[in-house]
Design a protein around this ligand. Structure first.
Ligand SMILES: NC(=O)c1ccc[n+]([C@@H]2O[C@H](COP(=O)([O-])OP(=O)(O)OC[C@H]3O[C@@H](n4cnc5c(N)ncnc54)[C@H](O)[C@@H]3O)[C@@H](O)[C@H]2O)c1
Length: 312
């Protein structure tokens, strides 16, 4: 079996590549290394790396022809970057997706699993956000991800492609990611190492659904087997964690007394965002294996196998 992974050198992509190879797959990675790094990828004779811009790669059809599964993760992921350069954002996220879908036409690909996002949901209007929750993108990034998802869904009927979209909430894990999704974990970690107070904007009651990268990888593998063509699934844990709870938990894991520097709430910041994951549970058999404590614990164990020292 051969899988094509776009954006395979990135944070989530490199974890997926490793899992696919461990599961016995051959893997072809297409990545332009705009944010991804070669060192994220495992050394394996099963891995082929193609350095290319997904939106502008003449050999894409040929690559797709040799693959049973396509996992599409390549994207411009920065919210602020999308506002500074909306053209580059739309090019990578919309055109990149459309080019990939077009390349999959008339192929024998069994499933195209697209990495979508919870970003277009914005502020939660319900305790849990299910797949029917209104989408009101507030950044070009959210808009480009929403558009890419709509292309993928429509391609299942118009082009008869077996697309499945996964809307990730806030993914964390290694390699450390500085994206807005779980950048707070990288920032808190850095501050804990420097023994500096953790900065919280507002009272810290704003919450997020932090989902460990290993669960997101498993969701991709499950979607490649069980996902219904044209379907969209939320991928999170279903459990909210406030930023204040996160600060306390990370301080505890680092053996530090929590020191928090409260600053004024930043206008525009989303207050609540937690996934309803019933659809993924029912259709994919997805069940998150990591709560935040165990996920952060696994991260810690990988970063500091002998346990974190008190002194930085
Ligand atoms: N990290 C999260 O919490 C999160 C949440 C929701 C959705 N997502 C989605 O998951 C996917 C992976 O995100 P990530 O956090 O691993 O980001 P990342 O930036 O680490 O990975 C993206 C990868 O895509 C590559 N890339 C970018 N533009 C490309 C292009 N035009 N051609 C080829 N390669 C290109 C980058 O070099 C990088 O390796 C993205 O589609 C993102 O929108 C991530």
């Amino acid at each position: 079996m051969t899988s094509l992974v776009t954006g395979g050198a990135g944070f989530i992509g490199s974890n997926l590549v490793r899992a696919l190879i461990e599961g016995g797959s051959d893997v072809v990675v297409v990545d332009d290394f705009s944010t991804g790094l070669r060192e994220h990828l495992p050394k394996s004779s099963r891995l082929t790396i193609v350095e290319a811009d997904l939106a502008d790669h003449a050999g894409l059809e040929r690559l797709v022809r040799g693959c049973e599964y396509v996992f599409h993760l390549a994207a411009q992921v920065g919210v602020i970057t999308s506002i500074l350069d909306p053209v580059a954002d739309a090019y990578a996220n919309i055109l990149g997706t459309v080019r990939l879908l077009a390349a999959c036409r008339d192929s024998s690909v069994k499933k195209i699993v697209c990495s979508s996002s919870a970003a277009p949901f914005g502020e939660a209007k319900a305790e849990r956000i299910d797949e029917t929750h209104p989408q009101e993108p507030e950044s070009f990034y959210a808009l480009s991800k929403m558009s890419a998802e709509r292309y993928a869904v429509l391609a299942s009927s118009l082009l008869r492609l077996p697309t499945v979209c996964l809307r990730y909430f806030n993914v964390y894990g290694l390699p450390l990611s500085s994206s807005e999704y779980a950048g707070v974990i990288s920032i808190f970690l850095d501050r804990l190492l420097k023994d500096e107070p953790l900065v919280i904007y507002g009272d810290g009651s704003q919450d997020r659904d932090f989902v460990y990268v290993a669960d997101v990888v498993r969701a991709n593998l499950l979607a490649s087997r069980n996902g219904a063509a044209g379907a969209v699934y939320n991928i999170g844990t279903g459990t909210p964690t406030s930023i204040l709870e996160l600060a306390h938990l990370m301080s505890e894991l680092a053996n530090r007394t929590p020191r928090i520097d409260f600053r004024p709430f930043r206008p525009g910041e989303i207050r609540h965002s937690t996934a309803a994951i019933d659809r993924a549970r029912a259709d994919l058999g997805y069940e998150p294996a990591y709560d935040l404590r165990t996920g952060l614990g696994a991260m810690w164990a990988e970063l500091w196998p002998a346990g974190m020292r008190r002194d930085p």
